[in-house]
Ligand binder design. Structure first.
Ligand code: NAD
Ligand code: MG
Length: 396
């Protein structure tokens, strides 16, 4: 069997590192063709030394030159490129079979779209690309003949709980609802008044998952679940009213599918992203991921509650943006990225995050999703408006 050639976009991040950990266990199956990162040169250097990819990509020329020098000094022949054009080109490179889309945020959209258009097997972690341009993205997947496999743990669980080979048509498969589980984040039980005082450090200390800082804050505000509702709508062509969020603090059930005959199917496991990564990498086969088997006796109990839409307004904002359609989810996503960055830099309080997003959505007219240019224009405009709102919304 020929080894699958993989491009890992966002290789230095939490998902990227977990991906390479699974790949490392299966050198007979996978070959790393390209490693793409933003600016973490030390980590990328180590990864290049270990995996010897044909290409590596960094944000700018200065970093690329520095990496080239360091690699040459140790005899590694990886060609180092830089910038978004190189990223897009490698995501659609004819030699690549599989693309791990694990860049965080809107920056992931264009390279992931390139992979879709080029008919790659896409392991999708970058949910923001589906949130911004779900319709365009799914059309590109169909037109390019790409295979889209969800890596987000909830969507991977749903995919595993749907009939084998599911390719659309939930109603025909007898699906009544999709139940997306949410841990509730680190502030699940924090009283509303105390949320004004929470710090970025506390927001990033997730009780069950170790993740990048942006998605950690998204988990704390429940915007992550809102983005996932939008992601599920596109991935499974599911009407929003059939997607329900269930708070499940143990993060053992990764999501569930409710069928018309009364059956509910779920996928369980320890909260470790190497499980969905290994599932998507090897699909439809199964491979070792390095994840510790789930000990049900240790878990002992599973709890479920409804989400609190009052303390966590981001979830409703996401449902509303999905209902509004067009560029509303792209505006929501861009405003969220700006607000989260401001929160992480201590320029905005935690409750200020939904305030900035709501104010941005109020100020901007929603347009047609139309073309990629329309989506990028909405993203640009929303960033401008949201940045201007930070000051106004900064008070706790
Ligand atoms: P992270 O912050 O740990 O890593 C982000 C990666 O993207 C890094 O390699 C960084 O170099 C790269 N990157 C950032 N900006 C870039 C740019 N402009 N150009 C090129 N590369 C850029 O993030 P993460 O936690 O690994 O999350 C990555 C994606 O996966 C996000 O979309 C997130 O929502 C999704 N996801 C993550 C998890 C998780 O457990 N971490 C779970 C589900 C989904
Ligand atoms: Mg998730």
């Amino acid at each position: 069997m020929r080894r699958q050639r993989i491009a890992v976009l966002g290789c230095t991040g939490s998902i990227g590192v977990s991906t390479l950990d699974v790949v490392r266990r299966h050198a007979d199956r996978y070959e790393v063709f390209a490693l793409c990162a933003h600016s973490q040169i030390d980590r990328l250097f180590e990864q290049c030394c270990e995996f010897r990819p044909a290409y590596a990509v960094l944000r700018d020329g200065e970093l690329a030159t520095a990496l080239t020098r360091r690699l040459a000094a140790v005899g590694v022949t990886t060609e180092v490129l830089f910038g978004s054009e190189a990223l897009i080109e490698l995501a659609g490179h004819p030699v690549v079979d599989t693309v791990m889309a694990a860049i965080v945020g809107a920056a992931g959209l264009e390279p992931t779209l390139a992979a879709a258009r080029s008919g790659k097997k896409i392991l999708l972690a970058n949910k923001e690309s589906l949130v911004m341009a779900g319709e365009l993205f799914m059309a590109a997947v169909r037109a390019g003949g790409a295979t889209l496999l969800p890596v987000d743990s909830e969507h991977n669980a749903i995919f595993q709980s749907l009939p084998q080979g599911f390719a659309g048509g939930l109603a025909a498969c007898g699906v009544r609802r999709i139940l997306l589980t949410a841990s509730g984040g680190p502030f699940r039980d924090t009283p509303e008044a105390a949320l004004a005082e929470v710090t970025p450090e506390a927001a990033c200390a997730h009780p069950n998952w170790v993740m990048g800082r942006k998605i950690s804050v998204d988990s704390a505000t429940l915007m992550n679940k809102g983005l996932e509702v939008i992601e599920a709508r596109w991935l499974f062509d599911c009407p929003p009213e059939r997607i329900e969020v269930v708070v499940h603090p143990q993060s053992v059930i990764h999501s569930l599918v409710d069928y018309v005959d009364g059956s509910i199917l779920a996928q369980l496991g320890n909260p470790d992203m190497r499980t969905p990564i290994a599932h998507a990498l090897a699909y439809p086969e199964r491979i070792e991921s390095g994840v510790v088997p789930l000990d049900l006796f240790k878990v002992a109990r599973l709890d479920f509650t409804a989400p609190d839409f009052c303390r966590f307004p981001c979830l409703q904002l996401a449902y509303d943006a999905l209902a509004a359609g067009g560029t509303a989810p792209a505006i929501l996503n861009a405003a969220n990225e700006i607000a989260v960055a401001a929160f992480l830099e201590k320029r905005l309080s935690f409750p200020g995050i939904p305030r900035v997003i709501a104010a941005t959505l109020e100020r901007l007219a929603v347009g047609e999703e139309g073309t990629l240019a329309d989506v990028l224009a909405a993203d640009f405009e929303a960033r401008r408006v949201a940045s201007a709102m930070i000051g106004e919304c900064a008070a706790p």
